[in-house]
Write a protein that binds this ligand. Structure first.
Ligand code: FMN
Length: 208
């Protein structure tokens, strides 16, 4: 049975564009594979805590205190979810030119040496293999073309974080100009839904 891991990170509840598009993605994936198991992590409603001086060693070194042991257990659980998934769907709004801190806290728990990446003479190596990722990016402005392309720290950053742990088969789907008014928002959602239909019908090719 295939498994889909869904990460939502928008703080905007039902008004969220990325949540609408993540739901559309999951509906299309499960229509294609009705037996697929869907695991949902809502990083806004049930936030993964930010690492603190009290917890960081649990993830980055050796857990000795109860707080470090708890952080290690959460990291283990999040990595197990990631390993079990064949497809990962990420809803990633652009917040201040990058990703929500809720999503960043999730990455802080799953990028772990010896578990999801390793270091060697040849440099770091991602340890996850054979997974497909769809990232839905919602943005108030326009970043896929034009002058603001240079200040898109969301997509290159996500590509780096995912690639660092071996998740290199990543398709990005954009919904842009959400802040330009209701018509622009509707058009962005419709465009992204069309793109998602193509991506999923085509067996999730690499993004162009
Ligand atoms: C805290 C915050 C920061 C934002 N920063 C940006 C930004 O840097 N650039 C941008 O184009 N839009 C920005 N926006 C607008 C969101 O990207 C836009 O509303 C998008 O639709 C959010 O995704 P969602 O609808 O899934 O919540 C920001 C919104 C919030 C709440």
């Amino acid at each position: 049975m295939s498994q889909v891991l869904v990460l939502n990170s928008s703080l905007s509840g039902e008004a969220s564009v990325s949540r609408i598009l993540v739901a559309e993605t999951v509906a299309r994936l499960t229509a294609r594979d009705p037996a697929a198991k869907v695991v949902i992590r809502d990083l806004a409603d049930a936030a993964v805590p930010h690492l603190t001086p009290q917890t960081v060693a649990g993830v980055r070194a050796t857990a000795t205190t109860p707080a470090e042991t708890a952080a290690r257990a959460l990291s283990d659980a999040l990595i197990a979810e990631l390993r079990a998934a064949d497809t990962i769907v990420i809803g990633a709004p652009m917040y201040n030119f990058s990703i929500p801190t809720t999503l960043r806290a999730w990455f802080d728990h799953v990028l772990r040496a010896g578990e999801t990446f390793s270091y060697s003479e040849a440099g770091p190596k991602g340890l996850l293999e054979g997974k497909k990722v769809i990232v839905v990016e919602s943005r108030g402005g326009l970043y896929s073309e034009g002058p603001a392309q240079a200040i898109d720290f969301q997509e290159p950053y996500l590509r780096q974080l995912l690639g660092f742990i071996g998740l290199t088969d990543v398709t990005f789907v954009h919904a842009e100009k959400i802040g330009y008014g209701p018509d622009a928002r509707d058009a962005a959602i419709a465009g992204a839904k069309t793109r998602l239909a193509q991506v999923i019908a085509g067996g999730l090719p690499q993004a162009a």
